[in-house]
Ligand binder design. Sequence first.
Ligand SMILES: *[C@@H]1O[C@H](CO)[C@@H](O)[C@H](O)[C@H]1NC(C)=O
Ligand SMILES: *[C@@H]1O[C@H](CO)[C@@H](O)[C@H](O)[C@H]1NC(C)=O
Length: 215
Amino acid sequence: MNADSPPAPQKKTMSHESFHKFSKVLLTSFTVYFLLLTILFSVALITLFKKYSQLLEEKAIIKELNYTELECRKQHSLLKDKVWSCCPKDWKPFSSHCYFLSIDAASWSESEEKCSSTGAHLMVIHSQEEQDFITQILNPKAAYYIGLSDPGHRQWQWVDQTPYNESVTFWHRGEPSSDNKQCVILNHRYSRWGWNDIFCSDKQKSICQMKKIYL
Ligand SMILES: *[C@@H]1O[C@H](CO)[C@@H](O)[C@H](O)[C@H]1NC(C)=O
Ligand SMILES: *[C@@H]1O[C@H](CO)[C@@H](O)[C@H](O)[C@H]1NC(C)=O
């Protein structure tokens, strides 16, 4: 009996060891599997969350803007995620902005208020291209307020705090003409479009401008 018994425990030990090994492999593969699942799940969750928050953001933008209709164009730009560039219906798109011609005559500050109420401001002219774009769609018989004014001492200021750059100005010859005329219109004179300083209380048409909406 004593001679027979030793093999049994040895066999038992071996099987125990191999079981130990087996369970170790099993545990490792489970761990790896579980980790992979966790990673996949996290990625899926993050993607979903991003999409969802983007959706919420778009909804918030549209709600805040309160336009009944947007006109969007597919764009191929560097702006990630945002595929559409939009302007409210009846606004004209150019570069990164939208423009609206207000044909109601009003003082400069009333005009600016009207623009603000739609989330825009009186037009700021940043370049020759922008000046050329806008003058193409204006009526040469009318004059339009732009977002340039002088709070005093001939310190011209744009409504959106864009620095006033002397080398990107389009004053008519002989303008600005009077220190009391502290607001600026765009009008057609001597067969060219240019800027003219006038009294801020004068009632004129105006041009509103806002950044394009990217969705
Ligand atoms: C949205 O526009 C309508 C029509 O212009 C106006 O009556 C309403 O008060 C506006 N709502 C907000 C939140 O601005
Ligand atoms: C003014 O505009 C010109 C022409 O675009 C530009 O070269 C210059 O750097 C600008 N100056 C300032 C102070 O922004």
